[in-house]
Design a binder for this molecule. Structure first.
Ligand SMILES: [Zn+2]
Length: 267
């Protein structure tokens, strides 16, 4: 009896956990349209233009096809592509313009996949590293592009070692890693021995990145306190290229990429 009750309580807790997550997404969308209506009403009242309504052309939104229960992105080359625990990149997606950036890498001159970024992101990364250096901040690129095949190798190894459940917590499922976009770079510095660690947020380099990356078109993709929205723990080293204009908006409004897509209006 007791056991049944406990079982029932646990399943209620788990379900409501999932539901509240889903609801919060639904509510976000609902709220934004309500807010929009309200701001439109205020606009009518005040006769002012609504500068605060963010708009975005349709091409920047994910175009999705559902395959085998997975939401697979069709327009993967979109620089604003939203890859997360809901939206997958195709197993065949390889960016067509991958290049090595002219920056310092934690692994030196080795010619390896993770040195690569898409052309536009690589140029922006070079500018960011040069900008940092001019202010006495030394940055190292640690891990950029990661192919679906490489992610699968990493994931399968983790499953073998620790089981599926633990693997899913620790390593992105193939197709769900933002590194496959070629728009993401993990960055570190000597102050933390070139490691990817949360300690990075307390270093001059980590602080510089957190407050300056947007000027070069990068956003801190997995911020502290937004874990339930991004689905990932705080990663002060993981920077995603979105372009200067969008990075500025996302930074100034204090949004994650997920939240940004919840508030922008498609035009
Ligand atoms: Zn990363």
């Amino acid at each position: 009896m007791n056991r049944k009750l406990i079982g029932a309580l646990i399943s209620v807790t788990l379900l409501s956990g999932c539901q509240s997550l889903q609801n919060s997404f639904t509510n976000d969308e609902g709220n934004s349209s309500k807010e929009q209506q309200t701001s439109e009403k205020q606009e009518e009242k005040n006769g002012q233009a609504a500068d605060d309504v963010l708009t975005l052309p349709a091409q920047y939104f994910n175009q999705i096809v559902e395959t085998g229960g997975k939401k697979v992105i069709q327009n993967s080359e979109n620089t604003l592509v939203l890859v997360n625990k809901t939206y997958y990149l195709s197993d065949s997606y390889i960016p067509s313009d991958l290049v090595r950036a002219n920056v310092h890498y934690s692994f030196g001159d080795e010619q390896i996949e993770k040195a690569l970024l898409r052309q536009e992101a690589a140029t922006a990364l070079e500018q960011m590293f040069n900008g940092a250096q001019a202010e006495g901040i030394e940055l190292y690129a640690v891990s950029g592009y990661r192919s679906y095949a490489r992610q699968k190798v990493l994931f399968d190894a983790e499953v073998q070692q620790h089981g599926l459940e633990k693997a899913e917590e620790a390593v992105a499922i193939p197709g769900q890693s933002e590194h496959q976009t070629g728009l993401t770079m993990d960055i570190s510095s000597r102050s933390v021995n070139l490691l990817l660690t949360q300690e990075y947020e307390n270093t001059p380099e980590g602080k510089w990145l957190a407050t300056n990356a947007h000027k070069y078109g990068f956003i801190l993709r997995y911020p502290k306190g937004k874990e339930n929205i991004t689905g990932y723990k705080y990663e002060p080293w993981h920077f995603r290229y979105v372009g200067k204009e969008f990075a500025k908006t996302i930074y100034e409004k204090g949004l994650t990429l997920e939240e940004y897509f919840n508030v922008v209006k498609e035009i």
